[in-house]
Ligand binder design. Structure first.
Ligand SMILES: Cc1ncc(COP(=O)(O)O)c(C=O)c1O
Length: 402
């Protein structure tokens, strides 16, 4: 088995085209670079995978998740504001107060002059929410996964990643220099086989997976994976980016990673673990040590969101109920989270479906390779506490007709 992959990663970009490195004479120093970019973009476009940034503004007057794009108002089913907190008056007020009291940026890494008291308060609240001894913050969820994996794993170690694990887990595994192997998605037998093979070698062993898979919405069997990890003396990292605030907390795991940018309506990432593990991350996680701390307003917003999420658990339940209502009406299998994929196969089919929904007033972005495996382009619908039944019913009618 190759040390790198048992299946092709979902987050790989098409291979770069083979064009000469040297710029033709008299065309300026960036001619070769621009020619490379043009050739690569043409290849991406031919595969139906070109992305574009569309200026989008959230409608602050509406309780529903309405966005404005190109002069049109669209009901968004593509935002990860699962609890509907991104416009909550108390959270906006908390962020405003933090800016008024402390200014905007954090000014430096936490180990230099960036360790604002709000960061410690947020870490205590996150550790309490995850029932762990300690927590530590990163600039984003992506940086948290990159930081924790490279801090703990290195050459001679082995990382086992679920085949559908997010790009940042894959990037962390690659950057660590450890061997890594992808086990078949949610397949406990294959994971056990990979663990046995890895345990035959010396070195540390880490399993990394997601509680709720970002593009499929299905859940990992965390208690069973935890039991396998314990049986093989492996560490377990669970990325809870899409589960937090929606699903009941799973069993405590050695490395509980999450993001502030989805249910908590802010920005930043975190890892919850025992106090010595967190202390070690302070010394070894380069993406935390050498990067500017979270701004105080992001910490204040996340703290306020955590309080509301805890006091109002019905928000998560509502997002889940909305997803179930939609799936029932659209004739899809019952979902196990607030994320519902509508698989369409090819890139062009997914783009055409997204365009039809947009024409009818809905934002449902087409998700294409390399974000998802080839042949599984889809609409990824994210249901939130803020949607209304009639919006869901209209969307279901449209999706049934696709
Ligand atoms: C599963 C998963 N992990 C991590 C991240 C990264 O989190 P952040 O957006 O805070 O960088 C994402 C974001 O899309 C995600 O879906």
């Amino acid at each position: 088995m190759s040390p790198h992959a048992s299946e092709s990663p979902a987050s790989e970009s098409p291979a770069a085209p083979d064009i000469p490195q040297r710029a033709p004479q008299n065309q300026g120093p960036d001619a070769s670079l621009s020619a490379f970019a043009r050739a690569h973009l043409a290849q991406i476009d031919a595969a139906g995978q070109l992305r574009s940034l569309v200026t989008t503004r959230r409608d602050m007057a509406s309780a529903s998740p309405i966005v404005h794009r190109a002069g049109r108002a669209l009901i968004s089913f593509s935002c990860n504001d699962y609890l509907g907190l991104a416009t909550h008056p108390q959270i906006r007020a908390a962020a405003r107060r933090a800016i008024t009291a402390h200014g905007t940026g954090a000014r430096a890494s936490r180990f230099v002059t960036g360790n604002h008291p709000l960061l410690g308060a947020l870490e205590s609240a996150l550790a309490a929410a995850k029932a762990t001894e300690a927590a530590t913050l990163f600039g984003t969820g992506y940086l948290a996964n990159l930081g924790v994996i490279t801090a703990l794993m290195g050459p001679g170690d082995t990382i086992l990643l679920d085949a559908l694990a997010h790009s940042c887990l894959l990037t962390g595994a690659r950057a660590s220099g450890a061997r890594f192997r992808r086990f078949h998605h949610n397949d406990l037998d294959h994971l056990a086989e990979c663990l046995r093979a890895a345990r035959a070698r010396p070195g540390r062993l880490l399993i990394a997976t997601e509680s709720v898979f970002s593009m499929d919405g299905d859940r990992a069997p965390i208690p069973e994976i935890l039991a396998l990890a314990e049986a093989h003396d492996a560490w377990l990292l669970v990325d809870d980016a899409h589960g937090f605030g929606i699903l009941p907390p799973g069993p405590p795991v050695p490395l509980a990673m999450g993001t502030l940018s989805k249910a908590l309506a802010s920005q930043g990432g975190y890892v919850c673990a025992t106090a010595p593990v967190v202390r070690l991350l302070h010394h070894r996680a380069a993406s935390q040590i050498y990067s500017t701390a979270l701004p105080p307003a992001s910490a204040a917003a996340a703290l306020a969101a955590l309080r509301i999420a805890k006091a109002e658990p019905e928000r998560g339940a509502r997002a889940l109920a909305h997803a179930r209502r939609f799936a029932r009406l659209a004739g899809l299998p019952p979902p196990s989270s607030q994320i519902v994929p509508v698989r369409l196969g090819g890139e062009h089919a997914a783009l055409a479906a997204a365009a039809r929904l947009e024409a009818a007033g809905f934002l449902a972005i087409a998700i294409r390779p390399p974000t998802v495996p080839a042949g599984t382009a889809r609409l990824r619908l994210a249901f939130t506490a803020a949607h209304r039944d009639e919006e869901i019913d209209r969307l279901a009618d449209l999706v049934r007709a696709l």
